[in-house]
Design a protein. Structure first.
Ligand code: SF4
Ligand code: MG
Length: 324
């Protein structure tokens, strides 16, 4: 399988407004030295508590937030060094779907106009061609043709998320970044949308990065999973391996709180003691040390690096082999 996206040592820091803080600059270390690969046709799930940096990671890949340092290679191109024109082409191949289908659609535009807009932006000038492509995406996401002239407020959350998905598909992207795309929807609708994304992936050879705080959703959609905590990737493995044999204490703690019988309970940190530390003042050494039941001196002083435990399983913990 070809690697379509390669992220290397990515850092995205946000400066905190200096007026409130004396002298020293302060930063939120939203994404802090993240490296990962995405292979063509797969779904890479990214899971973590809110504030772990998963949305910022997606926005960094989209280049909708300024990246501090690192490298993003997409489809063989070094995305951070492209000029405007090259960037436009790359933008076309990478699309993002957001959590909230209520605020992400312009209420003044018809469904047809919303889905057509990216075609106009990317210079498809033939009106008939645009209409044909819009209606083609209607078919992909199973929307009725008479939605074309209607407005977002006329539809339910699930239907609106279908519209968002149609909009993301209309330029025939290679990679779709999904930022909690079902979290705002009723549970009964969630599985419909997840199944739709799954069908579209097969039909259109799509690659997904799928961000969620909900473990049951991540398990359902992912081929591989990255676990993030305070801007860092702590563990990556194939989905079954990760869920059956986690090798990082944080992942193990997340899984022990998995609410299997009740998919409406999405909280992932029920059994992890202590508060999530602030991403502007992360703990020294291992970032999980303030909440880890196995913490030792070394964990406080020395940051563990990601190590390969088996061919597709990498973990950042000094004592993983002894603990898990
Ligand atoms: Fe826990 Fe130490 Fe491993 Fe961090 S490095 S997860 S604190 S045992
Ligand atoms: Mg988020």
């Amino acid at each position: 399988q070809r690697t379509i996206l390669k992220v290397e040592n990515l850092k995205t820091y946000f400066e905190i407004d200096k007026r409130f803080i004396s002298r020293q600059k302060k930063y939120v270390y939203a994404v802090d030295d993240v490296s990962l690969d995405v292979k063509e046709g797969e779904t890479l799930g990214i899971v973590g508590e809110s504030g772990c940096g998963k949305s910022t990671l997606l926005h960094s890949i989209m280049r909708t937030v300024p990246v501090t340092s690192g490298r993003i290679e997409f489809d063989g191109k070094d995305v951070l060094s492209l000029n405007k024109k090259e960037l436009r082409q790359v933008r076309k191949d990478k699309q993002i779907i957001f959590q909230d289908p209520f605020s992400s659609l312009d209420p003044r535009m018809t469904i047809g106009e919303i889905i057509e807009e990216p075609l106009i932006v990317h210079g498809v000038t033939d009106v008939a061609e645009r209409r044909r492509r819009v209606l083609e995406t209607f078919e992909y996401v199973e929307l009725l043709e008479d939605f074309y002239y209607r407005y977002p407020h006329e539809f339910s959350g699930g239907q609106r998320q279908r519209v968002s998905i149609a909009r993301s598909l209309v330029l025939k992207p290679k990679l779709i970044l999904c930022d909690e795309p079902v979290s705002a929807l009723d549970v009964s609708i969630q599985s419909q949308i997840l199944n739709l994304l799954n069908d579209l992936q097969k039909q259109l050879d799509l690659t997904y990065i799928f961000v969620s705080h909900a473990l049951n959703v991540i398990r359902h959609v992912s081929d591989r999973v990255c676990v993030m905590y305070l801007g860092k990737v702590l563990e990556t493995a194939d989905v079954e391996e990760l869920f059956e044999r986690p090798k990082h204490p944080y992942t193990a703690a997340l899984l022990s709180s998995i609410p299997i019988p009740d998919p409406t309970v999405n909280r992932v940190h029920a059994s992890i003691k202590g508060e999530l530390p602030s991403p502007s003042n992360p703990p020294s050494g291992c970032r999980f040390h303030t909440r880890c039941p196995y913490v030792k001196d070394k964990c406080i002083n020395e940051e563990p690096v990601l190590e390969e435990k088996s061919s597709s399983h990498i973990v950042a913990c000094h004592f993983s082999d002894e603990i898990l």
